[in-house]
Write a protein that binds this ligand. Sequence first.
Ligand SMILES: *[C@@H]1O[C@H](CO)[C@@H](O)[C@H](O)[C@H]1NC(C)=O
Ligand SMILES: *[C@@H]1O[C@H](CO)[C@@H](O)[C@H](O)[C@H]1NC(C)=O
Length: 697
Amino acid sequence: MGLSRWRGGGIILLAVALIVVLSLPALCTAAANSPKKDGSTILLFLGSDSDDNRDDGSLPDGEDGPSDSLQGKAEDAPPEWDEFSDSQDSPRTDEDLDSGSWSQVLEEPSIWDSRNTKFALGIRKMVEAVDEEDPRMLNNAIEILRSEAVDGNAHAQSTLGFLHWMAIGVPYSDAKAYLYHEFAKEGGNPQSKMALAYRHYRNQEYEKAVKLYSELAVITMTSFVSSREGPLLEYVRLNYGLEESKDVRKRFRGEDDDDFQFLEYQARKGHPDFMFQLGVFYYYGLRGVRRDHSKALFWLLKAVEKGESRAFELIGEIYARGYGVERNYTKALECFKAAADRKQHSALNGIGFLYIKGQGVEGKNYTKAREYFQRAAESSNVDGFYNLGILYLKGLGVEKDYARARDLLVDAANKGHSKARYYLAIMLHKGSAGMKKDLTHAAALYKLVAERGPWGRLMRQALEFYIKGNVGKALLLYSRTAELGYEVGQSNAAWLLEKYRGRICIGSSGICTTEERHERAHNLWRHSSEQGNEHASLLLGDAYYYGRGAAKDLERAGEAYIRAKEKHSSQAMFNLGYMHERGLGLPLDLHLAKRYYDEALEEEPAAFVPVTLALTSLWLRQHYSGSFLVKVIDSLPDLQTNLEEWWNKMTVDELDALLVTLLMSLLFVVYVRQRHRQEYAAAAAAAAAPIPMVPPQ
Ligand SMILES: *[C@@H]1O[C@H](CO)[C@@H](O)[C@H](O)[C@H]1NC(C)=O
Ligand SMILES: *[C@@H]1O[C@H](CO)[C@@H](O)[C@H](O)[C@H]1NC(C)=O
C-alpha cells in the first residue's frame, strides 16, 4: 500500500520534474554557453593530414627556389621578413590600404573634408541618422551616396551595397548588393572585396574566394609592416550568453579604464613592474589604449633604470624599428642580448633578424640567424617556429626541407601566427612546397589572415562607440563587419539588436517592425552559427524550434542543434535527444536519443538531473509504450502552456508534492546558472591576470 502510494506520488514528482526539464532547453540556452573557441581548429587537422603527402609534392616549377612560385606575382607580394625593414620609403598607410573605410571618415574628418566632401558627408549623415533613429535623415544621406555612386564613387557604391544587404533605408536586395560590391571592387574599394570574398566562401565557391582573399591577405601582410596601429586587433565579444560580457566595460575603456589608471598611478609612484606594464600597454595599444611608442619608450626606459629587465626586449624593438626614435641597431642588439641573457627567449628572434639584415652585427650571416631562431623555437617561442620555418622553406642557412618547414609553420599557425597562416595558405593554394593543392583550406586560412587587415579597425571603433553609449553607431559598424565576414561582428550585431529592442533599428522604410528586427537578428545569428559560434547555433535552433524570428521549422532546428553539438554544446545534445525521442523534426530513434542524452551528461556533468529524468522518460517509453504514463509524458509539452489550468485541478496532496519538486528543480536551475557565472568569473579573472607579451597577431 505504502509502495503504491509512493508510486503515485512518484509519478507526479516525475511528471512535474519533466515539465521543468521540458522548459530547460529554453532556460539553459540562456545560461549554458561557454566562450567560443578560436576558429583555428582546421589547422590542427591540417597538421596531421599533411603527413600523408609528405613526399608526393613535386618541387615548385623553376630552379630559382620557391619564392616566385610561392608568392604568385612577386612584386605584389610582401617581403617575408618585414622586421626592422631598412627601407626608407614612407610606408603605406591604412588610408591607402583601406581606402574609403568609414573608420577614416569618422576618425579623421579633416582629411576627408578636403578630398571627397560629399561621400564623407553622406557617411556621417548615415551614421548619425541610424544613431538617432531618424529615417528622414537617413534618406537624405542615401540620396547623397546614390548621386555619388552614379558618378562612379566606389566607396559610395560599397556603402549602398551594404545598405541593400541589410535592408537599411532601402529595400532588401541581394542582387543589388552584389552588383554594387562588384562595381566598388573594380573601383578599388577593398571592403567590397572582403564582402564578396566572404560571399563566395559561404557559397563554397572556393576558387573565387581564394582569389579575392589572397589579394586581401597580401594587403594585410603589407599593413603589418606599415600600420601605425599595428597588427594587434582585439576582437571583443560583447555578450556572454544572453548577458553583456562583464569584460567589455571593465577592460576595454582605454586610458579611462580603472585598471589602467591604477597601473598609471602605481607606475608614477615608481613601481618598476607597473612601469613595464604601462610600457607594454602603450607599445601594443592594448585594451583600447592608443598605441604610442614615445610613451612606451619613456616608461620602458624608466622600468629598466629601476632594474626591471623584462623591458629590454621591447626597447630593443623600438630602436631596431626606429619607432619614434632614431634607429640604432647597435643599441637594439645590446638590448636584445641583455633580454636573452635573462632568459627572454623571444629576444633571440630579434638577434636573428639582425643577422638576416646584417645590421648591428659583423655582417649578414644566415647560419647565425638560424642558430638564434632555433634557440627561440626550442623554447616554444611562436615567432621562433615561424622564422625557422621560413628558413627551411627557402633553404637559407640550412638545407631546404619542406616537411620541416611545414611542421614549423603549422605549429606557429595553430598558435595564431598570421604570417605562418599566410604562408601555409599560399602553399595550399598553389600546391607548392610539398603540399597538396587544397583550395578549401587555403580559403579558410586566407580568410583568417585577411580578417587581421586594416578594415578590422571598424571592430575597434564599434567597441569604442558601444562603450561610450552610442549603441546605434556600434550596431551599424558591427553590421558592416558582419558583411565582411567577421563572426564576432555578426554575433555582436545580432546581440545588440536583441538586447536593445525598440531602439536603433532602421528598416527598409522607417523604424524596424518587429518582424524586420527579428529577421535581421536571425540572419546574423545564422551567419555566426555557420562560422562555428555555438551560442548562435543554439539560439538559431531555438528560433526554428519555437518559430521565433523565423518560421517554425523543426528540421532546421535539428540542423542548428547539430552544429552546436559539434562544438560540444551539452544543451544541443540534450535537445537532439529530445527531438529523436519524440520524432520531432528528426527521425524517431530511441537508441540515438539515449546516446545523445548520455553524451550531454558526459559533456556537462551538471546536467545530471535533467538527463536522468529524460533517460527515465525514455526508459518508460521503451518498456511501456502506449501506456497511460507515456501519454502523460507526451502531453506534457501542451500542459506546460496550460500550467495554470492544470494547477487548479490538483488536489492538496498532489500540490504538496508538486511544490517540493518545483522547488528542487528551481534550485537546480539556479545552480546551473550560478555555476556558469562562477566559471565565467574564473575565466575573466584568468584572462585579466597576465599581460600578453607577444601580440596575438
Ligand atoms: C647607437 O648606440 C650605441 C650604443 O648604445 C652608441 O654608442 C651610438 O653612439 C649610437 N649611435 C647613434 C647614431 O646614436
Ligand atoms: C657565420 O656563422 C657561422 C656560425 O657561427 C660561422 O661558422 C661562419 O664562419 C660565419 N660566416 C661568416 C661569413 O661570417
